[in-house]
Design a protein around this ligand. Structure first.
Ligand code: ATP
Ligand code: MG
Ligand code: FE
Length: 349
């Protein structure tokens, strides 16, 4: 069937259409600009923006695919994790469409969506593969087998801030615009990545190889900026941005590649908003090549939140014969990632 995917967990309202692993069309609206003056996403503003954007975005995705409502054969929607008000809006829209068309509804885990985004560009994921999820709210290493059927093995997470959160917060201290990640990436182009010796947290021989920590790095960057200001010197923002980006990319790629080698896994998949970072992409490519590990990274437009990635999971679930969600399914703002759907029944035996 043609699967409509709806994403509304944060500040992007996304809709996408996928059939048999192929992206047919998609559209995204963002309330990012409405949050800029607050320096971060305001949940109530995000929820209200989803109410306004949901129907137009679904219609824009259909137009992009050259399809109409009647072509939709299943609906997939992010049920968590995310902001509860924002999730509620997408789920209500998805239920309405599924009920009106009398088609199955699939509740999808947002992070499984980030993982599946890559399949729309590069085809089915190899089994097994190592996944590094790096986004605004998560930094995790996952061992993924069949996304639609098998439990996901969580190897490790950040102990404090996510990598994207670190970029966003340090950007603010550096006086860069919101959202911080893309701004740091741009500023870093003119800077020297070796200018400031920022720490590489949890990379020592006694540290947990699968855990990450970015709050110390954030503090180090803030202290560096503060020292310049206290001394009345202009802040060399480009050097700070390049050095911060280098530290984050170094830690992420070093640990991810080591995890592949340790588990004998031949493919690393890097997904989530921070996978859009130019240095993360370049260093991952370099280190994977050196270690003989294959690398997959989705195209930029599929790295940040979108509906196509949710449709991609729905398509995998539908083709695997996974059970549909009941129409009274609820959101789960802090859903743990064990399965791509909250309703796992089909398991590998
Ligand atoms: P989660 O997926 O964990 O719920 P989210 O949905 O808010 O969080 P994404 O949309 O996947 O996160 O990614 C947004 C994050 O990606 C932000 O922190 C943003 O700063 C970061 N980001 C986007 N582009 C870049 C870039 N080029 N360099 C670094 N970070 C980036
Ligand atoms: Mg966002
Ligand atoms: Fe996300």
């Amino acid at each position: 069937p043609v699967v409509l995917g709806i994403e509304s967990s944060c500040d992007e309202t996304g809709a996408g259409l996928v059939r048999d692993g192929k992206l047919l069309g998609h559209a995204v609206a963002s309330s990012m600009d409405e949050h800029a003056r607050f320096g971060g996403v305001v949940p109530e503003i995000a929820a209200r923006a989803h109410v306004h954007a949901a129907a137009p975005v679904v219609h824009a995705a259909l137009a992009d695919a050259g399809l109409t409502m009647r072509d939709i054969g299943a609906v997939a929607v992010t049920t968590g994790p995310g902001l509860s008000g924002a999730l509620q809006v997408g789920l209500a829209a998805a239920k309405g469409i599924a009920y009106a068309l009398d088609v199955p509804l699939y509740g999808v885990h947002h992070l499984a969506g980030h993982v599946a985004a890559d399949t729309l560009e590069h085809g089915p994921l190899p089994d097994p593969c190592m996944v590094l999820i790096v986004s605004g709210g998560h930094t995790s290493l996952l061992l993924v087998r069949d996304l639609a059927r098998d439990p996901i093995v969580h190897l490790g997470d950040t102990l404090d801030d996510a990598a994207g959160e670190c970029f966003d917060k340090v950007a603010r201290v550096f006086g860069l615009p919101y959202p911080g990640g893309p701004a740091v990436d741009r500023a870093a182009r003119e800077g020297d990545p070796g200018a400031v010796p920022f720490p590489r947290p949890l990379t020592g021989p006694r540290d947990d190889p699968y855990a990450f920590s970015f709050s110390g790095l954030k503090t180090a960057a803030a202290r560096w900026a503060e020292q310049h200001r206290a001394a009345g010197r202009a802040l060399p923002v480009a050097d700070g941005a390049a050095s911060l980006q280098e530290a984050v990319a170094d830690v992420l790629t070093r640990k991810a590649v080591a995890a592949c080698v340790e588990h004998g896994v031949g493919t690393l998949v890097v997904v989530g908003g921070v996978a859009a970072n130019s240095r993360v992409r370049a260093l991952a490519r370099q280190r994977c090549a050196a270690a003989g590990v294959g690398l997959r990274v989705p195209p930029l437009r599929l790295c940040t939140d979108n509906g196509a990635m949710i449709a991609a999971v729905g398509d995998l679930l539908a083709r695997a014969g996974a059970p549909a969600a009941p129409l009274d399914v609820s959101i789960d703002p802090s859903a743990p990632l064990e399965y791509a759907t909250l309703h796992p029944v089909a398991r590998r035996v």
